[in-house]
Ligand binder design. Structure first.
Ligand code: CP
Length: 306
């Protein structure tokens, strides 16, 4: 059964069937990653270009590995050192790359909506690897996969996303995907970091961790994005850490065992203490591993639509 869309631009509006198909298909690819030879042929003869206009470690390497595990030919593009510095537009850059007979484009860009725009100006399948503060759909999918792997289901779980919700494409993709799959989603953070109309997305809003933690099954801790001026939204890092930092003491006070997630990169001892990040309840590195399987699933399913 193919996906309903030729592109993966976001999880907003994606059907339960499509989300389920991606997660279920990822289970087979996750098994491939445990084999001695971690390579399968579905994308043999296909070429995938990874266009990264913004910094990335996990997403860029994970996509590249997923593409190679599926036997695709891989083109890497980073804006630094490219003709973007000579003034070439996104449209011209993408169309020149596509002219080299590229079948799929994975793009990260600092502008919200950049991948929607790209999908209108090229014929290749477009996968959004994070666009500004808008969406990061494969992060949302790998988070859902990891939660389902750990808890056996998504429906009726309480997932709380803590931190800078306003700037977070990870939060938005998680909210859209998890709500569609029947999870209860709440957000917690200072009022300056939570969009005023977030409750329209069907999430519960908290401003005090102690009010929400006693009912949480999964805590997804967001990075304080200092590069996006998030530091102006609270007085000091010390105050943020004291009020919203996830520490062992705070979790013990909640009296509940919960799964700890973080999309990375981590600011250790700012939004999450080092001992919690490395604790037995943390699935942060499982998220990274599952990201490869989920991206293999997305690439494979989109390739079958060509
Ligand atoms: N989670 C995530 O998007 O990490 P990178 O910015 O390193 O890709």
């Amino acid at each position: 059964m193919p996906l309903h869309s030729k592109h993966l631009l976001g999880l907003d509006g994606m059907s339960r069937e499509d989300l389920q198909l991606i997660l279920d298909t990822a289970v087979s690819f996750r098994e491939v990653l445990e084999r001695p030879i971690k390579k399968v042929p579905p994308l043999q003869g296909k070429t995938v270009a990874n266009m990264f206009f913004e910094n990335s470690t996990r997403t860029r390497l994970s996509f590249e590995l997923a593409e190679r595990r599926l036997s695709a030919d891989v083109l890497g593009f980073v804006a630094t050192g490219s003709s973007v510095s000579k003034g070439e537009t996104l449209k011209d850059t993408a169309r020149n790359i596509e002219a080299m007979k590229v079948d799929m484009v994975v793009m990260r860009h600092s502008a919200a909506g950049a991948s929607h725009y790209l999908s209108r100006v090229i014929d290749a399948n477009v996968i959004n690897a994070g666009d500004g503060s808008h969406e990061h759909p494969t992060q949302g999918l790998l988070d859902m996969y990891t939660i389902r792997e750990k808890h056996g289901r998504l429906n009726d779980l309480h997932v709380c996303i803590v931190g800078d919700i306003s700037h977070s494409r990870v939060a938005r993709s998680n909210i859209f995907g998890l709500k569609t799959m029947g999870a209860r989603v709440s957000v917690c953070g200072p009022a300056t970091m939570i969009p005023r109309e977030i409750d329209r997305l069907g999430v519960d809003v908290y401003h005090h961790l102690d009010d929400v933690l006693p009912t949480v099954d999964v805590l997804n801790v967001l990075r304080i994005q200092l590069e996006r001026d998030a530091g102006r939204l609270f007085p000091t890092i010390r105050e943020y850490r004291q009020t919203f930092g996830i520490t062992r003491r705070r979790l013990e006070k909640a009296g509940r065992v919960m799964t700890i997630m973080h999309p990375g990169p981590i600011n250790r001892d700012v939004e999450i203490s080092a001992d919690v990040a490395d604790s037995e309840h943390s699935v942060i590195l499982q998220q990274v591993l599952n990201g490869v399987a989920v991206r293999m699933s997305v690439l494979y399913l989109l390739s079958t639509r060509n």
